[in-house]
Design a protein around this ligand. Sequence first.
Ligand code: ACO
Length: 333
Amino acid sequence: METKKINAAITAVGMYVPEKILDNKYFESIVDTSDEWILTRTGIRERRMMENGATSDMATKACEDLFKTTNVKPEEIDAIILATVTPDMMFPSSACLVQKNIGAVNAWGFDLIAACSGFLFALQTGSSFIESGRYKKVLVIGSDKMTSITDYTDRNTCVLFGDGSAAVLLEPTTDTSYGIIDSILHIDGSGKDALNMKAGGSLNPASHETVDKRWHYIYQDGKAVFKVAVKGMADVSYEMMQKHNLKGEDIAYLIPHQANLRIIDATAERMGITKDKVTINIDKYGNTTTATIPLCLTEYYREGKIKKGDNLIIAAFGAGYTWGSLYLRWSLD
Ligand code: ACO
């Protein structure tokens, strides 16, 4: 690999999850399911629901939480990259709304759509901005109000998703043994029919028909996605380990996207990583799409589990298909 003069390092983290909890018992009361089915098939016990407010409101709260922990001021932020599949509106971007809310008066930015791989792709994008030398402070946010596109009459999907948001600050480090070291990222549009939200875009603009067909909600062929997700996430994470000569014991934590505990377990097994070295929050929050990974990073760091110098592998798989892995060495004390 070519030598870089600058790496991007995560220098602050922040998060927000709404207070309202939907537990598995609640789903037993609205669809034909059981706590036992949900827990054994997915690993989810409960998830959160944002009652008042949208994706940008959660992202704003996550950024405010982040700014409490750093000397960096909102006006010093150069760019905001907000990964989401549930923007407040099709336009303007939710990044614009967050920019105004937090007072990042000197920032530019945009929303990035890559479904459950959104935060991973945004982290690599932000990292490249820093490595270019042109930007010094980049906010990367994963924020999704999945309950706004969840069909609560469809037991196949409604039990899976929840709301949440988390953010990281990227800054340059000249010690290139720290920070974001490498990523392997993929997209494959042949997955479009297995996982999508069909209406509301230019293909199927909103109409009575699209509403009647429930096309403004998440559609997923779970079984089809499961197979490719297991292979995609495990293969790309293993490839990253081989590329950098890493063994299971060299890795402090695998930080996987949280769609299904069985997909996570299969990835860890392929990498030779024991279960205690895998970050998990799916039991508490379900699949928060772009927020699962930064929520894990924030919580495990704040609990003192992720430490300076730790080798971390982030892995994700999502609609598109989109997938990848990213290798970083944690630089925060
Ligand atoms: N309660 C009870 N039974 C259910 C439920 C439920 N909530 N949901 C489905 N079932 C039933 C099905 O109807 C099916 O019944 P049938 O055999 O009579 O038809 C049976 O359970 C088995 O269904 P499967 O789809 O085979 O269940 P599976 O074990 O595959 O689990 C799940 C389903 C959890 C969705 C799984 O397939 C999965 O996790 N898929 C991948 C998810 C993923 O990684 N998505 C990508 C990221 S998300 C994003 O990008 C937005």
